[in-house]
Design a protein around this ligand. Structure first.
Ligand SMILES: NC(=O)c1ccc[n+]([C@@H]2O[C@H](COP(=O)([O-])OP(=O)(O)OC[C@H]3O[C@@H](n4cnc5c(N)ncnc54)[C@H](OP(=O)(O)O)[C@@H]3O)[C@@H](O)[C@H]2O)c1
Length: 336
């Protein structure tokens, strides 16, 4: 089968190539993929993989049609339309993965083969019905960022209607999804970007304030909230935005961090943190329970993820280079 796999070093190690179609084992399902979506993780994987290791199919997000059922799987049938939950071996909502399926916690797309392929074989428990109101591209686009931002905003952030959420770097797929979820939950949302056209697009998507990532935007969030600050900050960029993210945070505010695209080393003013009752919360992905809650929330509010650009599978490496250059506003998707 055709796939985008990685072997070697950096993005140069990623290529469109033939890979063996995997066998479907007990408890597993073979899905014929219709679309897959990119995440920054796919680029990290190229940078971290052992250059001498076996080729691995990239990709965490995907949606497709059930092609084959392994022994013991009797609650799905061939032809069912499904989305993939890439957060493996985490069933119930808990502070950390509990390894409830006994395969060890992993994010799909390294070390296990991922979704940038014509077929994937995956544990039954990682599949959920595709929301009928979404097309294939949309269904593939939002699963990983949807799960992560849902947990960050609601489980960890305890977001309530009327509160303010600040989201720096709105061009990212995770940031854009966080904007959609926070607005659907009745929050006020402030976003930042380095690009004017992304700020305009964010306003169209419902951002209450959209401002440049350059300059003193932490103070701008305070001004917007009458001096109070943001109840929740969704931080995925790290070093480049950290100081403003902390400056934007309200007394008792929660800064949920799950990415560090620019730089992972930051300074924290501990006195300011404890004197303002603030929390910094690290979070990654989420449980199957949260994934299902996230799908139900998406359906209830009819939330269509933002698709920036689509590439055919054969041009998957070009799509990764596009993402690496941060030109996107939302999600980048592969048609398969
Ligand atoms: N731990 C998890 O479970 C999890 C899940 C999802 C994502 N993540 C992480 O979250 C991060 C975001 O991922 P993503 O795929 O949504 O998007 P991404 O490709 O990392 O882009 C995020 C956005 O960050 C902004 N940005 C990047 N570098 C910047 C800099 N130096 N200064 C200011 N802004 C900068 C840009 O926004 P503008 O173009 O608008 O300026 C960019 O579009 C990644 O690090 C990813 O690995 C982690």
């Amino acid at each position: 089968m055709k796939a985008i796999a990685h072997q070697g070093e950096g993005l140069d190690g990623a290529s469109y190539r033939d890979m063996d179609r995997p066998e479907t084992g007990p408890g597993q399902v073979c899905v014929q993929l219709k679309a897959a979506a990119l995440n920054h993780r796919d680029i990290w994987t190229c940078n971290r993989a052992d250059p001498n290791g076996a080729p691995v199919i990239l990709g965490s997000d995907g949606a497709g049609i059930v092609a084959e059922l392994g022994a013991g799987v009797d609650d799905l049938k061939a032809g069912d339309e499904v989305v993939i939950n890439s957060s493996q071996d985490w069933a119930s909502q808990s502070e950390v993965p509990l390894g409830e399926y006994g395969v060890g916690y992993k994010i799909l797309g390294f070390p296990d083969h991922g979704t940038f392929a014509e077929y994937i074989v995956i544990g039954r428990q990682q599949l959920e019905p595709k929301p009928a109101f979404l097309d294939w591209r949309e269904a593939a686009a939002f699963c990983l960022v949807g799960l992560t931002t849902y947990r960050a905003l609601f489980t960890e952030g305890r977001l309530k209607a009327g509160q303010t959420v600040a989201i720096p770097g709105i061009g990212g797929g995770a940031a854009t999804q966080a904007l959609l979820f926070a607005k659907a939950a009745g929050a006020k949302v402030v976003v930042t970007s380095r690009a004017d056209e992304k700020l305009n697009k964010a306003r169209e998507l419902g951002a209450d304030l959209a401002i440049s990532s350059d300059g003193d935007w932490g103070q701008a969030v305070r001004d917007f909230t009458g001096g109070r600050g943001a109840d929740i900050v969704i931080e995925t960029i790290g070093g480049a935005t950290w100081k403003n993210s902390m400056a934007a945070l309200a007394n008792g505010g929660r800064l949920a961090v799950f990415g560090a695209t620019s730089d992972g080393m930051v300074e924290i003013d501990l006195a300011s943190l404890f004197l303002h009752w603030q929390s910094i919360i690290g979070t990654t992905m989420g449980s199957r329970e949260e994934f299902r809650d996230m799908l139900a929330f998406t359906e209830a509010h009819q939330i269509h993820p933002v698709i920036d650009r689509t590439f055919p599978l054969a041009e998957g490496v070009e799509a990764m280079r596009y993402l690496d250059n941060a030109g996107q506003m939302g999600n980048v998707v592969l048609d398969i």
